[in-house]
Design a binder for this molecule. Sequence first.
Ligand SMILES: NC(=O)c1ccc[n+]([C@@H]2O[C@H](COP(=O)([O-])OP(=O)(O)OC[C@H]3O[C@@H](n4cnc5c(N)ncnc54)[C@H](OP(=O)(O)O)[C@@H]3O)[C@@H](O)[C@H]2O)c1
Length: 315
Amino acid sequence: MKIFLAGATGALGRQLVPRLVERGHEVTGMTRSESKRQLVQELGGRPVVADALDPESVADAVARAEPEVIVHQLTAIPHALDMRHFARDFAQTNRLRTEGTDHLLAAARAVGVRRFVAQSYAPAVFARVGGPVKTEQDPVDANPPSAIRTTLEAIVHLERAVTGATWTEGVVLRYGGFYGPGTNVSFGPEGTMVEAVRKRKLPLVGDAGGVWSFIHIEDAAEATVSAIEGRGRGVYNVVDDEPAAVAEWLPAAAAAWGGSAPRRVPRWLGRLFAGEFATVMMTEARGASNAKAKRELGWAPRYASWREGFATGMK
Ligand SMILES: NC(=O)c1ccc[n+]([C@@H]2O[C@H](COP(=O)([O-])OP(=O)(O)OC[C@H]3O[C@@H](n4cnc5c(N)ncnc54)[C@H](OP(=O)(O)O)[C@@H]3O)[C@@H](O)[C@H]2O)c1
């Protein structure tokens, strides 16, 4: 198949292009910079330079590629993400999820794209009520912490636009927190989060009862291949089999990565130093179930649990 990948050079794109090429697909990989053409080529794709926020350049790039499937993996998360300035640090990613999505969908419609697969983010989405593990049927958080409000609005915009496009098969993949090679803003081997865990700078806040869902970057790429090649449509949680409370995964991560046991701080202190959103993630977040993705995409994560992934899948 001819596939157009927006975000070919990102953490997931770099995993995805070689997998798709290996399976016989023809991949056009979009990047903003001339200097990254070579990277796309080395991955096995055909580079195209276009700015996702410029509708004409997107329309032109898509029209020339004539894809059957478009994959949207655009983000712009700063490498030193500051949880206290979350809204500022996510402003560009929010634009990519609103305007960028709209431009890609318009370009897709113009050439009659059959399938449109887009990235979403499970940990930020769910209403913090009821049980600890959520399915795709569960409600989106209608009352998020203020720092994440615009980010969640952008995610909801993307999800509604993609699944509401009746002229194509719209698929939204709500990935868990990435870890593994190239995921340095989240839990990459050389990333700030792993360093913070090792140096006891990431404490257990309050009861540390927030539930997180992770996914190894290679498993996320495999699920994306299944979604690209499959027929199902709608929203899928792409997470591992073991959603876990911070009180459980953080000490285990510290042990796996050569750090000492994390400190404990009360909720008010967490709020003071890390802000409301980080505190909510530590104490109230809900995890996600991958049952639908397993059932309908015929996919299962190789790293079924972050326990083995944190220990053996970081390089
Ligand atoms: N689920 C999760 O936990 C999750 C999800 C997403 C990201 N992250 C983390 O965030 C960090 C950064 O991720 P990443 O490396 O994939 O993101 P990134 O380096 O920001 O790359 C994202 C992709 O979007 C493209 N892009 C951004 N703005 C664009 C624009 N205006 N026009 C065209 N293309 C544009 C980039 O292309 P060019 O730079 O080549 O132009 C790149 O291919 C990583 O640590 C990752 O793990 C985590």
